[in-house]
Ligand binder design. Structure first.
Ligand code: AMP
Length: 590
């Protein structure tokens, strides 16, 4: 049987996949399946493709070709050294590199491929892609739409008819498609997008912020300094990627400029919340396209069964939150969004080879892991709102962190509960760990505390809580976070939690969610520890929360926190005053 490879020939990056041991597998070298879609001419006249070419792009922009996919189907030529090349020829260099990688890894001679293109590509653009394949020595068995490939990667093993939204946000392009899959056959119902929108725009937003900062701090304008800007852009992309899993990113670039003969070093901290507001208008534009795609397919959002995320930029958590808010479906991201299209292309290639549709091996978490918070659950304030950190089906290993804020100035400690489960009320999930972070003295109110979860393939969950102002931290490890928990254990855990809850021990008032921009931005507050001297008053107060107005709830919760902190600090007179204030509110409510 002649081998056929599947290729995702992307604007920014390309990948090649093949059916190995019955599974669609992206072919990796040095643990990396991604080949930058760049072609470069080195100082010695040799041609390079991929990472080497991308690395020289800053130094030799006129000897490096990026994003050639944008020119496919046009008559335009690009210059490289003394020669000029058609877009097909440049693409052929990339395809040849992928073909050779496949030959090295599989040990077979490869002459056939399935190659993907965007659904909106015209005949001329598809034909140019075919030609690029031929030039690279590949017979293109089939040109496959990218959203079709993504849907195949997710759904090839599922016989049920489904309607899927494929949201694909890469480095420089955004595509959204509505596809219908039935008996393994995928039909693209509509497709739209923006050819000039993607992660590069987000990098530019950060780069501009850094330029402004440098101008303000050092009175230097670096906007015309290409080398400094290239460094800033690189740092911006790194920070952006970091912010997908952490609430803050530190940007450090030494010797970025000179001022009065002295070196200027850049040091800037960017928060996720800040970054999200910088890119909000771009994301909103993508949502407009999503609505257009639905309209073009004559479909209501309720007809969607699933949302699939494709492209590196979809790792930005705000994006999933936005889609969930609009469609009530949390998007699927089990398959690496960078590799999903190539995997689907290989599944199609496997079919062309007569192989049964091959599934995909996934390393994903079977459960969601999170913590509890004060917040609104179905319109009612609760102290046990579940805040997921690592969602079910997230690819492993996974690292996620969130920021929370203290309730009072001088708060002494923070209680952290780790839950496993899917229920929006943490009490209905499984408590798998409790930790305490003692805070440094004299910290102001709303001091940030970062909570970080790291989960590996073996179900080892590492928890780190960090007092951001001082760097003080604690860590804990849960060895068997995946262990199958029997129904008995669930009930036992539930009743244990209920019991502890009733006795008002440490499990309450973990984190407080204010109303804020979105799920991930909410200002969550961490608790003070409970002192049991005022237990019965606090229990009565809690009982009123369900029927109290949001305003009263907030007041009650604040007073409970105050009492607990003051009591823990042995400031009993002051605690008594807060208790009286709470009594006054209860008098009306009860
Ligand atoms: P693609 O064109 O699909 O390869 O996507 C490349 C884009 O994804 C680039 O702009 C990357 O900076 C961006 N990207 C990759 N990983 C992440 C991440 N973890 N968070 C945000 N953007 C990312």
């Amino acid at each position: 049987m002649e081998p056929i490879i599947g290729i995702d020939l992307g604007t920014t990056n390309s990948e090649v996949a093949f059916i190995m041991d019955g599974k669609s597998t992206v072919l990796m070298e040095n643990d990396n399946g991604i080949v930058p879609s760049c072609v470069g001419l080195g100082a010695d006249g040799t041609m390079s493709v991929g990472t080497a070419a991308r690395n020289q792009a800053t130094l030799y922009p006129d000897k490096t070709v990026l994003s050639i996919k944008r020119l496919m189907g046009s008559q335009e030529k690009v210059a490289l050294g003394n020669d000029s090349y058609t877009p097909q020829e440049i693409s052929a260099f990339i395809l040849k590199a992928l073909k050779e990688r496949a030959q090295r890894i599989t040990g077979q001679t490869i002459t056939k491929a399935v190659i993907t293109t965007p659904a909106y590509f015209t005949d001329a653009q598809r034909q140019a892609t075919r030609e690029a394949g031929e030039i690279a020595g590949l017979t293109v068995i089939r040109i496959l739409n990218e959203p079709t490939a993504a849907a195949l990667a997710y759904e090839s093993a599922d016989a049920h008819a489904r309607t899927i939204l494929v949201y694909d946000l890469g480095g420089g392009t955004f595509d959204v498609s509505i596809v219908r899959i039935e008996d393994g056959v995928v039909e693209v119902l509509s497709s739209t997008g923006d050819n000039h929108l993607g992660g590069d725009d987000f990098d530019l937003e950060i780069e501009n912020r850094l330029l402004e900062h440098i101008e303000k701090e050092y009175s230097i304008d670096l906007s015309e300094d290409t080398i400094a800007r290239a460094r800033l852009r690189h740092a911006a992309e790194k920070a952006k990627i970091e912010l997908s899993s952490a609430p803050y990113a530190a940007i450090e670039e030494d010797h970025i400029a000179k001022k009065d003969g002295m070196d200027v070093h850049l040091s800037y901290e960017l928060s996720r919340v800040d970054f999200q507001s910088m890119i909000e208008h771009h994301l909103q534009k993508t949502m407009d396209s999503v609505n257009k795609a639905l309209k073009d397919a004559a479909m209501l959002p309720s007809a969607l069964d699933k949302i699939i995320l494709v492209g590196g930029s979809t790792r930005i958590p705000r994006l999933s939150a936005m889609l969930e808010d609009s469609f009530g479906i949390f998007p699927n991201q089990e398959i690496d969004p960078d590799l999903c299209v190539a995997m689907g292309a290989a599944i199609q290639a496997g079919r062309e080879m007569g192989l049964d549709s091959a599934g995909i091996l996934l390393d994903i978490t079977p459960y969601t892991f999170g913590t509890s918070a004060i917040g609104e659950l179905d319109g009612v304030m609760t102290e046990t709102l579940f805040v997921p950190l690592i969602r079910r089906n997230t690819k492993l290993p996974a690292v996620k962190s969130e920021v929370f804020w203290t309730v009072f100035s001088g708060q002494e400690r923070v209680q952290i509960e780790v839950y496993q489960g899917e229920d929006r009320d943490a009490v209905n999930n499984i408590l798998i760990g409790t930790y305490r972070l003692d805070l440094s003295p004299h910290q102001p109110e709303s001091s940030p505390v970062i909570l970080k979860y790291e989960l590996d393939f073996n179900g080892i969950l590492k928890i780190t809580a960090i007092e951001k102002n001082t760097g003080k931290q604690i860590t804990g490890v849960i060895e068997n976070a995946f262990s199958e928990i029997s129904q008995d254990t669930v009930s036992a855990s539930k009743s244990k939690i209920d019991k502890v809850w009733e006795s008002l021990d440490d499990l309450d008032l973990d984190l407080d969610l204010d109303t804020a921009i979105d799920d991930s931005d909410e200002k969550k507050q961490v608790p003070a520890e409970t002192d049991d001297a005022f237990e019965s008053l606090i229990a009565r107060a809690r009982a009123t929360l369900e029927n109290a107005s949001a305003e009263d709830c907030e007041e009650i919760i604040n007073l409970i926190e105050e009492i607990k902190t003051l009591a823990a600090d042995k400031k009993l007179d002051e605690a008594q005053k807060s208790a009286q204030a709470l009594e006054d509110i209860l008098f009306y409510l009860e």
